[in-house]
Design a protein around this ligand. Structure first.
Ligand code: NI
Length: 179
């Protein structure tokens, strides 16, 4: 497995919608995709982060990984297990929460409060190509919304006020100019 380079805003692949992974012949997920998923998990823990979507490593396919223990509040970092979802979709949502200081490995040196659904129902395929469906709440619901947004070319800075987004872009432009 390998740690991959995480692309950062305004890299093109981050704003592009991703395509579904083909599983029409029900042959399961091929070795190339499984290898990619393994690398994504390693890259996420190396960052470190709690979620990563394929467009963040320049692959515009509908694949996300997240820390299986993201909901645990104890500081036990020894359990590095991740879950992969292929072609994930939010099929139901309810409630409203503010995700405080939401951040992204692709948006450097910035965090902001983002309004999110409190509860979502996610439908996806697992790494074996089997269908699954589950409810997520709280932090897991936020991770699902954040990562699935990536697959539609949406970053959390697209979900904050225009004023805040403009300020972030100015700050970034200044920083890039100084390099
Ligand atoms: Ni992100």
């Amino acid at each position: 497995m390998a740690v991959l380079k995480i692309l950062t805003y305004p890299e093109n692949s981050l704003s592009q919608p991703s395509v579904k992974v083909d599983n029409t012949n029900k042959a399961g997920i091929d070795d190339e995709i499984k290898k990619l998923i393994g690398n994504m998990g390693e890259t996420m823990f190396n960052a470190p982060g709690v979620g990563l979507a394929a467009p963040q490593i320049g692959v515009n396919k509908r694949i996300i990984v997240y820390d299986s223990n993201a909901e645990n509040t104890d500081d036990d970092n020894s359990k590095q297990e991740f879950t992969a979802l292929i072609n994930p979709e939010i099929i139901a949502s309810s409630g409203s929460i503010v995700s405080e200081k939401e951040a992204c490995l692709s948006v450097v040196d910035y965090s902001a409060d983002v309004k999110r659904y409190e509860k979502v129902t996610v439908k996806a395929l697992n790494i074996e190509g089997e269908k699954l469906e589950f409810d997520a709440q709280g932090i897991l619901a936020v991770i699902m919304q954040h990562e699935i947004d990536h697959l539609d070319g949406i970053l959390f800075i697209d979900r904050i006020s225009l004023l805040k987004r403009t300020m972030y872009k100015k700050k970034l432009a200044k920083k890039l100019n100084e390099q």
